[in-house]
Structures are given as structure tokens and as C-alpha cells.
Write a protein that binds this ligand. Structure first.
Ligand code: 5SP
Ligand code: FE2
Length: 224
């Protein structure tokens, strides 16, 4: 049984005050905080890495840090990210020839494992073996690298395929998501919604999170 997870992406937060921003999200009812780690290599942007994550973990120990690793060598960063206190580590299918090795390393380091597919990657890339060995499948609904992009609804076909094949997994969508399309994402089969601009840009993040959660809850109730 999957449950609704609302996962604000801190890329859209005031990064000069990251710990306070994460605390604000916890107080507003967020389940997780989505931390976009970018290396300037896999994607044309650089954000933050394990030292920053460790500071956030120290300041907000109750936070579930959901790492979205947009990095060229995902296995390299697993030990440091785990040590920094992350709860889950999602890497890109496109970044490695040996996803099974990366997944094994993530689990050895005590984190939940996730695998992401970019818009150009078909859902068939996620074999039964890979899908069954992870906790979370991430379908990108924008090209990875930047916040504030336009949602790509055509990616939702992949969500539907993955939900059919992996009924008990967390299926996450990320990019251009907000209260206006949360229902559409959940209808396709997603239960974990990442939202940066929509939540951090909201005058009332608590209300936005609540609205998004209600949409997902409403759809999940129909799956049973
Ligand atoms: O991974 C990414 C972008 O690469 C995302 O997590 C974005 O940070 C989401 O931001 P919005 O599209 O919701 O503003
Ligand atoms: Fe992300």
C-alpha cells in the first residue's frame, strides 16, 4: 500500500537560509524535503553536496532528506551522502551502465534506493529486476537541471506503465508540479509529488501542501 507523499524541492527555497526553509516545510506539513544535488557535469547546473546536507541534518534532524542525485558518477557520492544523514538516494538511469551496483551500494549504506528517468528515456528501460530492487521510481516531468520549468504531461504515460508493473512502489514525479496538476499526476499513478516553485512560491505553503495531498489521497482511494 502506497501513501501520498508531498516533497517540496528546496531548489526553489531561499538557499541562504536552507535549514530554516526545511524547518518551515516540516511545520507546513511536508512529508519529505527533496534535495537536488547537481554536479555541473550530468546537468548544466551546480547546487550543493554532502557538506551542506550534513549541516541541514544537524539543524533539522527530524527531516526526511530525499536526495535527487543529478551527478555523472552516482556511486561515488553514496557514502558521503549517507554519512550526511540522507534517508533516500535517487540516481539517474542515464548516468550509469551498472544500476544494480549503485542500488546495492545505496542499500549497503542504509538508505532507500531510487532510480530516475529523464524525459527522453522510456519506461521500458526500468526492467522488472531494477524496478523490484528499488524503493522509488522517479519519472522526470521536465529536463533535469533547473527549477521553474514547464510540466511535460506526455511523461505521465510512463508513470501509468510503471504503476501497472510496480503496484507497491513509490512512484515520484518531479518538474513543473503544483496544486493545478497534482490530480492529473496521481490519476496516472504517482503517489510522491515533488514541487519547488509551487510550494516555495506559494503565499500559503501549508494550504498548497494540503491541497496537493488531498488530490493524491483522493486518487489513491480509487486504486483499491
Ligand atoms: O530536479 C529538479 C530539476 O532538475 C526538480 O526537483 C526541480 O527543482 C523542481 O522544481 P519545480 O519545477 O517544481 O520548480
Ligand atoms: Fe529533483
Amino acid at each position: 500500500m502506497v501513501k501520498a507523499v508531498i516533497d517540496p524541492s528546496v531548489l526553489a527555497s531561499d538557499l541562504s537560509d536552507l535549514a530554516a526553509e526545511c524547518k518551515r516545510m516540516v511545520e507546513s506539513g511536508a512529508d519529505w524535503c527533496h534535495m537536488d544535488v547537481m554536479d555541473g557535469n550530468f546537468v548544466p547546473n551546480i547546487t550543493f553536496g554532502p557538506p551542506v546536507l550534513a549541516c541541514v541534518n544537524k539543524a533539522v534532524p527530524e527531516l526526511y532528506m530525499d536526495i535527487h542525485a543529478m551527478v555523472a558518477n552516482p556511486k561515488q557520492w553514496v557514502p558521503d551522502v549517507a554519512k550526511a544523514g540522507a534517508k533516500s538516494y535517487t540516481f539517474h538511469y542515464e548516468a550509469t551502465d551498472s544500476p544494480a551496483d549503485v542500488i546495492a551500494s545505496i542499500k549497503e549504506h542504509g538508505m532507500k534506493a531510487g532510480i530516475a528517468i529523464s524525459p527522453e528515456t522510456p519506461s521500458s528501460a526500468i526492467t522488472e529486476e531494477i524496478g523490484n530492487s528499488v524503493d522509488l521510481l522517479l519519472v522526470m516531468t521536465v529536463r533535469p537541471g533547473f527549477g521553474g520549468q514547464k510540466f511535460m504531461p506526455e511523461c505521465l504515460e510512463k508513470v501509468a506503465d510503471l504503476r501497472k508493473r510496480f503496484p507497491s512502489k513509490n512512484i515520484q514525479v518531479d518538474g513543473g508540479i503544483g496544486a493545478g496538476n497534482a490530480c492529473q499526476c496521481a490519476q496516472a499513478g504517482s503517489n510522491v509529488l515533488v514541487a519547488g516553485t509551487a510550494i516555495f512560491g506559494s503565499k500559503d505553503p501549508k494550504a498548497t501542501i494540503h491541497e496537493m495531498r488531498s488530490s493524491v489521497d483522493g486518487e489513491i482511494a480509487k486504486w483499491e
